[in-house]
Design a protein around this ligand. Sequence first.
Ligand SMILES: [Zn+2]
Length: 202
Amino acid sequence: MSKDLSPGFRLGVPPVVDVFEFARRGQLMEGVFSVNRLDRLLEDVPEQPFAELVALEQPPQHPGLVKYLLQGRRSKVGKLQLVVKIQALLLLECQRCLGDLMFPVDRQTVFELVVRESDLDQGDLEDTDLDAPEKIMGSPTFNLLELVEDEMILEVPYVPRHEICPEPLGEVGTEAQAADPTAEMQRPSPFAVLGQLKIKSQ
Ligand SMILES: [Zn+2]
């Protein structure tokens, strides 16, 4: 895939396509759209900023846009596949300090297109190959936007948290400051106590 923006770069959401045809022809589609088009995602995350729609070569550096790349292809054994790549920066709320958390999304999934529902995976017992593409039902009127949205939703962490919360310096009246920041430090960690016990017992 070339690094240059393809002439087919779309500003706007991915369309409804015949996804079998898309894969058969090995078509490629990439573009950028506003994260605010993803109604189901927005039920799970705080309000996202609006960003001007621009063609991005790099992953989005600010929240507001979703960059996607869809590649139809045929596997080595002739199965029709769809590669979905999404990149975004989501604005989430840290569940520890309640501050803003910038969460980078960079996900690539390979799907295998099946024709019938009965061709979908039958339970997990025999399907132990974790690298095998996930099977989805294809359609001549396949909604690529919904698939991209599903992929975005899967990336949202259940409990978003900073790895290290920023110090609430100079912020007045925030909830982070309401909690006594020294309380945590005065209490010895249970692991430190355990460590001391171990040393003593040796
Ligand atoms: Zn935090």
